[in-house]
Write a protein that binds this ligand. Structure first.
Ligand code: CP
Length: 335
């Protein structure tokens, strides 16, 4: 496989091998996997962790990176097929991707959800089209429906802490002032199920995961041996939990209507993770979040600054995980 678009495309054994490779390469800055290679990093949306950890990973592997930010120094890109391009976008991915393929040896792309049509966003067509038009080694740096680099780093973080493969993983909705896409919640759920974990999805009534995310979860559970169920009961969800992973997501039945989502979200403003959430959990239970996180909106200062929070080493693992992905791609692909 020369393109990493979603963690579900890999077998649990292949993921374990990548995590092992990440551990082997961790701390090494003298590697040569990408010697004489140029990696393009195309960001249609902002980033701190992904941008800097990818550039650092490329440098540690002996390569060079080029950052492309459409609309901020390079042409704004059109993603849709068959449209009359009379808007802001002046270049189509059908030309831009094969052009880039002549310059760079590997391409990473960030392209978030449009946030208008749920089925379209979950189908993740733009990132798939870009990978196809590029035609060479390709890494998804967060698309509408998937964030595989984050998911691989999260898996390594759980391993680093000795969290059992069959441990209890709670993916919880938390309040956020805007409706957010499904890329991170879907990837965290996929990762935990592929790892074989007992997963509980905690969310307010009405914020049930949509059918497309459930289908992917069923496939991940079948592949990895994990189990999952959804609940709005916080005590039941956290009972005996090893990990609480917080994330917000849009209300599926009003997706694309921010005002309707805001009204539906309003009664759940108190879904801010604080220490009381952990009362039924294991005493050593950890708090995870992909970052960036809004303090005292999604999670309190006390939890983020306390011993439960592993968000900083979790972000550190982005670098190690991506070094493994890039090294594997440079050696002929992912299996
Ligand atoms: N978690 C994550 O992808 O962070 P950035 O948006 O800063 O890259």
């Amino acid at each position: 496989m020369t393109a990493l678009l979603d963690l579900l495309d890999l077998s649990p054994d292949a993921i374990r091998q990548l995590v092992s490779l990440a551990r082997e390469l961790e701390g090494r800055k003298d590697l040569t996997h990408l010697k004489d290679q140029v990696v393009g990093l195309l960001f249609m949306n902002p980033s701190l962790r992904t941008l800097v950890s990818m550039q650092t990973a490329v440098a540690h592997l002996g390569g060079t990176s080029v950052v492309i930010q459409p609309g901020q120094g390079s042409w704004k890109l059109e993603l849709r097929d068959g449209v009359v391009m009379d808007g802001d976008a002046v270049e189509h991915i059908r030309e831009a991707m094969p052009v880039l393929a002549q310059y760079v040896d590997l391409l990473g792309v960030r392209c978030f959800a449009e946030g208008k049509n749920l089925a379209d966003d979950l189908a993740d067509q733009p990132i798939r089209a870009m990978a196809e038009h590029f035609g060479g080694p390709f890494v998804n740096l967060e698309s509408a429906a998937s964030h595989p680099c984050q998911a691989l780093a999260d898996w390594k973080t759980l391993d680093d802490l000795g969290i059992p493969a069959i441990g209890k993983f709670v993916l919880s909705w938390a309040y956020h002032p805007k409706p957010l896409p499904f890329a991170v919640p879907q990837s965290a759920l996929t990762m935990a199920l592929l790892r074989g974990m007992e997963v509980t999805v905690l969310r307010p009534p009405g914020f049930d995961l949509p059918g497309g995310v459930i289908s992917q979860a069923v496939a991940a559970a079948a592949k990895g041996g994990g189990t999952f169920h959804e609940t709005a009961d916080r005590s039941d969800a956290l009972e005996g939990a090893h990990v609480l992973y917080a994330k917000s997501w849009a209300k599926p039945d009003v997706y694309g209507d921010p005002e309707a989502d805001r009204i539906a979200r309003e009664p759940y403003r108190d879904w801010t993770v604080d220490e009381s959430w952990f009362a039924p959990a294991r005493p050593e239970a950890k708090f995870m979040h992909c970052l960036p996180v809004r303090r005292n909106i999604k999670v309190t200062d006390a939890v983020l600054d306390g011993p439960r929070s592993i968000v900083v080493p979790q972000a550190g693992n982005r670098l190690h995980a991506q070094k493994a992905i890039l090294a594997a791609l440079s050696e002929g692909g992912l299996r």
